[in-house]
Design a protein around this ligand. Structure first.
Ligand SMILES: Nc1ncnc2c1ncn2[C@@H]1O[C@H](COP(=O)(O)OP(=O)(O)O)[C@@H](O)[C@H]1O
Ligand SMILES: [Mg+2]
Length: 284
């Protein structure tokens, strides 16, 4: 029986060459993307995905070319929130073309690669040969392929909706050569603040600047002060988005709430936060 040590080099798999080729493709793919911004929180259910979707719409309304990468591979929700669940992906020479919403927000999500809720993770490609079956739980690998195989074209900003957990940002930062910044999300509760403090610490350890802290669902609980938390860590406070049932319902319908309800308090807050993010990205 042959052992690993008996195999010369990489056994002919050219694994190093494959990884290098993929990294070169990744750099080329992201060459047209001016700023990659990660939306993160150590805490789940604080509204990261809703904020990502709504902020992307705000930036699009401001005339920016925007993309959203749903990095929550196992719990993708961006396609649903942006109303393009079930859109077909065009696989061409240049890679996978991300579908765009009515406002022009380009979206890539694991959700779009699944033909049914229960099927395995496969590219929906015209031929068997082009189809790529996703196996195993190598999340970082999946994310790298996601980034390297999507044809984003020219974008002013690519927002990345991270799954909960502090380690996810480190993975993304290691894949993306120049992460432009992170936005940290909390809700007004002691438990959320406790977890989010760890997220801020992790975000501070990556090279990317923390663009700021957003408080979501304000008014829902009488929790601790998010502006105070931002001050404690000397990071910008971007604003508070009120708890708004209509915003949640619009997300469930896949409706661009910021476009359909420009007068609502939550939309006014979101547009102000988006403006601060634009300013921070411009002054880099
Ligand atoms: N400001 C808000 N007001 C009301 N409901 C909200 C708000 N933000 C998010 N939600 C709702 O909270 C739930 C969790 O949000 P989601 O964006 O999926 O969180 P996460 O991505 O952090 O897990 C969703 O049902 C969403 O519609
Ligand atoms: Mg989410």
């Amino acid at each position: 029986m042959k052992r690993y040590k008996d195999i010369a080099g990489d056994g002919g798999s050219n694994i190093v060459g494959q990884v290098e080729a993929q990294q070169a493709r990744l750099r080329q793919r992201l060459g047209g993307v001016r700023a990659i911004v990660a939306i993160m929180s150590g805490k789940g259910g604080v509204g990261k995905s809703s904020l990502t979707a709504n902020l992307a719409c705000c930036l699009a309304l401001d005339g920016w070319r925007v993309g959203v990468l749903d990095a929550d591979l196992n719990g993708p929700s961006i396609a649903k929130l942006l109303g393009i669940r079930g859109a077909r992906l065009a696989v061409g020479e240049a890679g996978v073309a991300p579908p765009a919403t009515g406002l022009g927000v380009k979206v890539m999500s694991m959700d779009l690669l699944l033909s049914s809720d229960a099927s395995p993770l496969t590219w929906d490609a015209p031929t068997q040969e082009e189809s790529h079956t996703w196996r195993g739980a190598m999340e970082a690998n999946a994310l790298r392929e996601f980034l390297a195989d999507t044809d984003w074209g020219e974008l002013d900003a690519l927002l990345v909706d991270l799954p909960p957990g502090t380690d996810r940002l480190t993975t993304l930062a290691s894949l993306v050569p120049g992460l432009a910044g992170t936005v940290v999300v909390t809700i007004p509760s002691d438990v959320s603040h406790l977890v989010v403090k760890k997220s801020i610490t992790v975000a501070g350890q990556t090279k990317a600047p923390i663009l700021g802290l957003v408080e979501n669902m304000s008014g829902l609980f009488s929790g601790p002060d998010a502006a105070g938390l931002a001050r404690e860590f000397a990071i910008p406070f971007l604003g508070s988005v009120p708890f708004d049932r209509a915003l949640a319902a619009a997300g469930d319908r896949g409706e661009a709430f910021v476009a359909t309800h420009p007068e609502s308090a939550s939309v006014v807050a979101l547009r102000s936060i988006a403006a601060k993010i634009r300013d921070a990205l411009r002054s880099r």
